[in-house]
Design a protein around this ligand. Structure first.
Ligand code: PHE
Length: 339
């Protein structure tokens, strides 16, 4: 029996030595130390021994069990330590590796210029309002004194989405929406995208941006219009900038003007930026036509107003000397990174 015990112990220790993983260890434990294990079985066989032999044998079995148990625990511990070391090795970070460059985003040049413009007009007491890009014929043309078949519709080649539903060709539709919801005194600007079926080239895009302005109050005159727009031009282009008001035509303003500023690049001598003219056209404006006031329920005998529409894209390309308007819309990172 003693011999048998010795054999079992040797076999157990050998099995522990050869164990490859924790499953092997567990098998050894079950096979030798478990309830039905070999060492446990030997204890049960002790019934056949004499009363003197029993305690001696019992002690031997218990010592053997303790030995196997200790060897097993040691093996398990050793395997855990190895596994941990391996894991640490795999997880080491090479701190000498070059870091990933995080690029932070920044404002698009159009937004930078727009923010400046909003600041200027807000300091003059204007509110910023929003209008829909999909408009009705009613707001984009009819209420602005451009009835169907009016020749002025040719000035703005329109994208129609359905009968009487279109992509707004001008932010002027916002004038009407504002006058319908606000009572004078009104002082608002409405920046936004506008759409015209233009061929794409260096100076034309079917999508571009305008900032509409509207002032309606008692006693508003052309002098107010000139004062506000001159102030705006000086703040955007610098105080030495000359401002020219040219007579023009818009169906919704009377009289109407177009405003040019002296080229900030050449000071008016003529250069590449102003295409040799010395002047750059930046906006259209005029005194709100009485028909427009009337269509919004405002009495033109009591109130008057002026409106203007500034081209944001032109302002941006001239400020940054961008030679092609398409660059503003292509979102080429190499271009945008320069601002
Ligand atoms: N809506 C005009 C355009 O797009 C500009 C404008 C706005 C003119 C307001 C006068 C008054 O050409």
């Amino acid at each position: 029996m003693k011999q048998q015990l010795e054999q079992i112990k040797t076999a157990a220790l050998e099995a522990i030595e050869n164990a490859q993983n924790s499953a092997d260890c567990e098998n050894v434990r079950v096979k030798y130390l478990g309830k039905k294990g070999e060492l446990t079985a030997i204890l049960k066989m002790m019934g056949g021994l004499s009363p003197e032999e029993r305690p001696i044998m019992g002690q031997l079995v218990n010592t053997a069990k303790a030995e196997v148990d200790a060897a097993l625990s040691k093996k398990v511990e050793q395997m855990q330590a190895e596994a941990e070391e391996l894991k640490l090795k795999q997880e080491t970070i090479d701190i000498t590796m070059p870091a990933k460059q995080d690029k932070t985003g920044k404002l698009h040049p159009l937004n930078t210029v727009l923010n400046d413009m909003i600041d200027i007009f807000q300091s003059m007491g204007f509110d910023v309002v929003d209008g829909p890009e999909v408009e009705t014929d009613h707001y984009n043309f009819e209420c602005l004194n451009v009835p169907a078949d009016h020749p002025a519709r040719d000035m703005q080649d329109t994208f129609y989405l359905a009968e009487n539903i279109l992509l707004r060709t001008q932010t002027s539709a916002a004038q009407i929406r504002t006058m319908e919801t606000r009572k004078p005194p009104i002082r608002v600007i409405c920046p936004g995208r506008v759409f015209r079926a233009d061929e794409v080239d260096a100076t034309h895009s079917p999508v571009f941006h305008q900032i509409e302005g509207l002032v309606v109050d008692k006693g508003v005159t052309m002098c107010d219009l000139k004062g506000v727009l001159e102030q705006f031009a000086h703040e955007i282009y610098g105080p030495e900038t000359k401002v020219k008001f040219r007579p023009s035509f818009f169906p919704f303003t009377e009289p109407s003007v177009e405003v040019d500023v002296s080229c900030s690049e050449c000071g008016g001598k003529g250069c590449r930026v102003c295409k040799g003219a010395g002047w750059i056209e930046i906006l259209g404006a005029g005194m709100v036509h009485p028909n427009v006031l009337r269509s919004c329920g405002i009495d033109p005998e009591e109130y008057s107003g002026f409106a203007f529409g500034i081209g944001l894209d032109r302002l941006t390309t001239t400020r940054y000397k961008i030679s092609d308007i398409r660059l503003l819309f292509e979102n080429d990172k190499r271009f945008l990174d320069q601002f």
